[in-house]
Design a protein around this ligand. Structure first.
Ligand code: AKB
Length: 364
């Protein structure tokens, strides 16, 4: 039985935005942007969060209600459905790529089983209140699978339709989530007589590695980027688990949150597809380290490259860049940063403040 940690009382059948995996890195940024957001009816729906762990006080304060529980717990989801008129869902809960490879079947249950549960909940909510439920699903560059380094280098920036042959359970699960979203949005219960057409407005972004200046990720394979930056500012040594020439796309956390808000606000008629690539910069691990060395002098001496064969093979199967022109054309996606401005305007000021390292000398 899920532990219920309700903040607001008496909130029955209020309109609500549901966020799963709200305690994760992306949830952290997203809750801030959703809190108090006014919808097209001029109302601010409740924000209701679920996470496997109890939310920290700061995140809880951004929600009207929060539940510690599992997206595989159908009982918890039924109780949510009975308590709220759910109008929008951000389904962030997932086991990331590295963690999923240690327990692939568990990852499948959480990542795919949890997604089906949330899609079903969205369809039931739509049936109950008679309006389409907007559903956001964060997909990933893990949905791609390049056969080898030669293929990766020849492919360059890949479109949404190329190389969708993932090498990881997490990537398979993300691709599956995209397909299930399309199914629930356009074809759910095709043969049922009492079928409701298009109960869900499903929208998804294939994220590159996301770097937050405020939190350090765990369980992912793009984690070497954020881990390196945070370690350097803290003055700690770091052993990077990929080769210096490893290249995948990244973006900052505020850009990731902004991309979600923009996609969700876009008129449905403008969207030519339900899954979009986004990206901001695509440095090699060595270029990353060199820039860090400029901003945190001496940090390069404490960074070594000690590739982990298995994790390296995962990153080698991800594209060196993605083509984000569909997102640019359909809903005006534009990155706020290139690599240099991300360091100057976001990573360095925010991370230094966080660790109280204002005295780390800038050397540019
Ligand atoms: C991971 O490394 O698993 C994630 C991702 C790229 O989706 N950060």
């Amino acid at each position: 039985m899920a532990e219920v940690t309700t903040k607001a009382s008496g909130a029955r059948r209020d309109r609500a935005i549901l966020v799963t995996g709200a305690g994760g890195e992306l949830g952290h940024g997203l809750l801030r942007s959703l809190s108090g957001q006014v919808d097209e009816h001029g109302e601010a729906p409740c924000v209701v969060a679920i996470d496997i762990r109890e939310l920290p006080a700061e995140q809880k304060s951004l929600c009207d209600d929060s539940f510690s529980g599992d997206v595989c717990d159908e009982g918890l989801l039924s109780r949510l459905l009975a308590s709220y008129e759910i109008c929008e869902i951000y389904h962030l809960a997932a086991l990331l790529s590295t963690r999923a490879e240690f327990a692939p079947e568990t990852a499948h249950s959480v990542n795919v089983g949890g997604t089906i549960n949330l899609l079903k909940l969205a369809a039931e909510a739509a049936t109950s209140h008679g309006r389409c439920v907007k559903f956001f699903f964060p997909s990933s560059i893990a949905a791609y699978g390049l056969a080898d380094l030669e293929t990766k280098s020849a492919a360059g920036a890949v479109t949404e339709h190329q190389h969708c042959t993932p090498h990881t359970m997490y990537g398979c699960n993300k691709l599956s989530g995209e397909n299930l979203g399309r199914y629930y949005a356009g074809h759910y219960r095709k043969l049922a007589k009492d079928r409701i057409r298009n109960p869900i407005d499903f929208r998804s972004i294939r994220f590159p590695g996301i770097i937050s200046a405020e939190t350090v990720p765990s369980g992912g394979t793009s984690d070497y980027g954020p881990e390196m930056i945070h370690a350097a500012v803290k003055g700690e040594p770091y052993a990077c688990f990929v080769r210096p020439d490893t290249r995948i796309p990244f973006m900052t956390m505020p850009e990731a949150v902004d991309s979600i808000s923009r996609l969700m606000a876009a008129p449905a008629e403008a969207l030519g597809t339900s899954v979009y690539n986004v990206r901001s910069f695509s440095p090699s691990a060595e270029e990353f380290m060199q820039l860090l060395q400029l901003h945190v002098p001496g940090s390069g001496e404490h960074i070594e490259f000690d590739p982990d064969h298995a994790r390296q093979s995962i990153v080698d199967s991800w594209p060196e860049d993605v083509d984000d022109s569909a997102a640019r054309n359909d809903w005006g996606w534009e990155p706020a940063h290139d690599l240099h401005s991300a360091f100057e305007e976001y990573f360095m000021p925010v991370i230094k403040t966080m660790y109280g390292k204002h005295d780390v000398q800038e050397n540019r």
